[in-house]
Design a protein around this ligand. Structure first.
Ligand code: FAD
Length: 421
């Protein structure tokens, strides 16, 4: 594999870009693997990479029903942050952010991680107190966190609606190391690096049925034939309930909801931060891509679905929220919008755990925040699959936490998936 470095970029610039290799192989399907990961999104690919790299397991396949990154990994608004406070969550997301900080070097692939600050606006003294609690806890844990008053906010971001906003802006909670990355670059980077370590990435390979004897999965029926595996990991986000049903298991505490994202025409540089606006039922986040488009999103579509497209009420919601804080966007044109299918858990928190089936492992429940978690998710899921024991940071992220009364609910929103994000 030709490495990406200055020398090779210059050399290929001179020879008409003819010296680059394929980024990953298109391998023949083997009859049996040591580990099969179902789902070629960021979580599945990262898991395969860390299984091969950290645990030297080489006989691995990632099965993807479409093309890699065709799910949420390639459809999200790419906000990366570690502003969590619950035990376990803050260590996990901080580890993820640290992995992001070195990911381009680690994978030898430019994932375009840009630490441009994550700015959460607040609009009432109560909201400021809530933010202060969370951000002070983050500081105690050694994570970077700041509270900006209105003067500092105006100085740094002068173009928000400070004069006649319906909900006056009072300040912001800020994480400066947070930011964005390019979604498909991350998926391609992990795929290329995993392939180099011998992982078979099988695209257009859908799992259509699962054959199971008692507490073991015998084989996976796929569109490329039957595949056996000693260990199987699910990392299929909004499709987890479909795969779960194929195993014959019941009571999965996940609902599939869709979330939309929007992209506008390109404009000159305007926003160099990620800005989050959430007040009185409105939820809106916006940033500007390197191509100049504004990328934004809001809430879920409020009904359960497996469709990768959204409905008009959320278009209106997001447009209203945009106008509320950035009235200068009034005439910009939206050029694309789409949806992804989010795996919403009952407490807004993820699962990286074993299951009632001996050789089946679960990675799911990312709600609409799993992109930032991708590197750490792959790291800890690989650790679980290899060592058969959850790491201390994720030991409560299992299916039994509800009956055991373990609270991981970062928002305190209760068992209502659509209130979490
Ligand atoms: C619009 C939107 C905005 C978002 N914004 C953010 C954000 O700003 N920050 C953030 O951190 N997170 C965000 N998220 C959430 C984030 O995108 C997801 O949590 C994350 O990408 C999940 O990654 P994944 O690898 O688990 O899932 P996916 O990328 O969905 O990968 C799962 C894969 O499994 C495949 N699959 C499904 N069924 C089968 C089968 N039977 N056989 C084989 N393959 C199968 C699918 O095709 C898919 O490619 C957003 C999500 C959406 C939809």
């Amino acid at each position: 594999m030709t490495r990406f470095n200055a020398w090779n970029v210059i050399k290929n610039g001179l020879n008409g870009q003819t010296g680059w290799d394929r980024q990953w192989r298109d391998p023949e399907v083997k009859k049996e693997y040591d580990v099969v990961i179902v789902g070629g999104g960021i979580h599945g690919l990262a898991t395969s990479y860390y299984l091969a790299k950290n645990f030297n397991i080489k006989n691995i396949a990632v099965l993807e029903k479409g093309w890699i990154g065709g799910g949420n990994a390639g459809r999200n608004t790419t906000i990366i942050r570690s502003n969590y406070m619950m035990p376990g969550s803050h260590q996990f997301y901080e580890h993820s952010l640290k992995l992001w900080e070195n990911l381009s070097h680690e994978l030898n692939y430019n994932v375009m991680f840009s630490q441009r600050s994550h700015i959460s606006l607040f609009h009432s003294p109560t909201a400021r107190d809530v933010a202060a609690r969370r951000y002070n806890i983050m500081k105690l844990h050694g994570t970077d966190a700041e509270l900006w008053n209105i003067d500092k906010l105006k100085k740094n971001i002068p173009y928000l609606n400070y004069s006649n906003a319906r909900f006056p802006i009072l300040g912001a909670a800020v994480q400066k190391r947070a930011g964005n990355a390019r979604h498909d670059a991350v998926v391609w980077g992990y795929a290329r690096a995993a392939d180099q370590l011998g992982v078979d990435i099988l695209q257009n390979c859908e799992v259509t049925n699962i054959s199971r004897t008692n507490s073991n999965i015998d084989s996976l029926e796929t569109t490329k034939g039957n595949i056996k595996a000693k260990k199987i990991g699910f990392a299929v986000a909004g499709n987890t309930s479909r795969l779960w049903e194929m195993t014959g298991l019941v009571n999965l505490p996940i609902e599939s909801h869709k979330l939309q994202a929007f992209v506008t025409e390109s404009i000159k540089p305007l926003l160099d931060h990620v800005i989050v606006y959430g007040v009185a039922g409105a939820h809106f986040y916006i940033s500007q891509s390197d191509k100049g488009s504004l990328v934004f999103g809001g809430d879920l579509d409020w009904y359960k679905s497996y469709a990768q497209r959204g409905n008009l009420p959320i278009v209106q919601d997001c447009a209203e929220a945009a106008m509320a804080i950035l009235p200068s966007l009034g005439r910009i044109r939206i050029v694309r919008h789409w949806a992804g299918v989010c795996d919403m858990s009952m407490d807004g928190t993820f699962f990286i755990c074993k299951t009632p089936i001996n050789n089946l492992y679960l990675n799911a429940g990312w709600n609409y925040g799993g992109f930032k978690a991708g590197p750490a998710s792959g790291w800890y899921f690989a650790d679980l699959i290899a060592n058969e024991k959850p790491h201390n940071f994720i030991k409560n992220h299992n299916l039994e936490r509800f009956e055991n009364g373990i609270n991981l609910d970062e928002r305190g929103a209760g068992p209502d998936p659509k209130l979490h994000g």
